[in-house]
Design a protein. Structure first.
Length: 323
């Protein structure tokens, strides 16, 4: 539906709600903006009749209780009205907890796409006498960045269960990498948006911060191509991965190798074999293990032992695939 047509329908509803009398079609034609004005021509009259008939049908399909009748026995033409008692919502009553939840939801959806709808809902609830505190008293801080370009595509792909492909740049990487993900959902955590899903290339669940997605993600494949885990808790997945403690990693690297790792490492001197010792800090050791394994024998892990085992496992898997 075009914006012009939607505006005309809204004007028609307001006009018919604002009176107890039945309003004739000709009167509607003069008071509601958007209809073909009367100029005495048959063409204009036919255009108005088509528009008005279509608008009446649209309103009834939308559930608007459009009544037809005459205000008095002396009226020659039928008119139209909308009874407020049949159109307006019943009284809204919310408990204190429910009102707090509504206030929190309004704060969560203060984004460029949904801010107008949230504000409209708030106005309607307050007009109905519901005291909704949009500032909220809950111990949460969910106010979100209104300018996440990747939000729409990620949300749509998760809703439709379709494959999502995008370029993702981590803060410890110089260039982004292409990720192919079965998106399970989009969730906010501490004021930021995150995508949770199954990374096909890494064969594991992963969390992606939307502000680190470069460009517009691409949606492909048929809908309902996968199913998220039955007991999935998006917020819990994000909490486990985002709030992980920082780990100190010590590596040895052959001179002149591992340039990317060196850029974010602290040099610790050399070992007894002439290799360079490097110290890095990470909250995502699985990703670092992938990067270290890509350097093959040029980089070795001194500590922690869990990371060394992860790198060995990756190298062993690669060696088996190449044989």
């Amino acid at each position: 539906m075009s914006a012009k047509r939607a505006e005309r329908l809204m004007n028609l509803v307001f006009a018919l709600l604002g009176t107890r009398q039945f309003v004739t079609a000709e009167r509607i034609r003069t008071i509601v903006p958007g209809y073909e004005p009367a100029d005495g021509s048959e063409r204009a009259d036919e255009a108005f009749k088509r528009m008005f008939e279509r608008d009446k049908s649209d309103l009834r399909e939308l559930g608007v209780p459009l009544e037809t009748g005459r205000t008095s026995m002396f009226d020659l033409d039928e008119g139209y009205r909308i009874a407020r008692s049949a159109y307006e919502l019943p009284e809204i009553t919310l408990t204190g907890d429910e009102a707090a939840a509504v206030g929190l939801a309004l704060r969560l959806w203060q984004s460029a796409q949904l801010g107008g709808a949230a504000q409209g809902a708030l106005v309607k609830l307050r007009a109905a006498g519901v005291d909704v505190d949009a500032a909220g008293v809950l111990p949460l801080q969910p106010r979100l960045d209104a300018g996440e370009p990747a939000f729409d595509a990620c949300y749509t792909a998760a809703r439709d269960r379709r494959l999502l492909t995008f370029t993702y740049t981590r803060p410890d990487e110089d260039a982004g990498t292409v990720r192919r993900v079965q998106p399970w959902g989009v969730v906010s955590w501490h004021g930021r948006w995150y995508l949770v899903g199954h990374d096909l290339d890494r064969a594991a669940a992963r969390v992606f911060r939307l502000s680190r997605v470069a460009g517009r993600p691409r949606i492909s494949g048929p809908p309902d191509a996968f199913a998220p885990p039955a007991d999935l808790d998006l917020a819990a997945v994000v909490a486990r991965q985002v709030d992980r403690p920082e780990q100190v990693v010590v590596l040895t690297a052959r001179p002149g190798t591992a340039v990317g790792l060196r850029r974010r490492a602290t040099e610790l001197g050399t070992d007894g074999h002439g290799d360079d010792r490097l110290e890095l800090r990470t909250t995502e050791p699985w990703s670092l293990a992938d990067q270290i394994a890509a350097h093959g024998p040029d980089v070795l892990v001194e500590s922690p032992p869990e990371l060394r085992a992860a790198v060995v496992e990756r190298l062993t898997r690669l060696a088996g695939g190449a044989s």
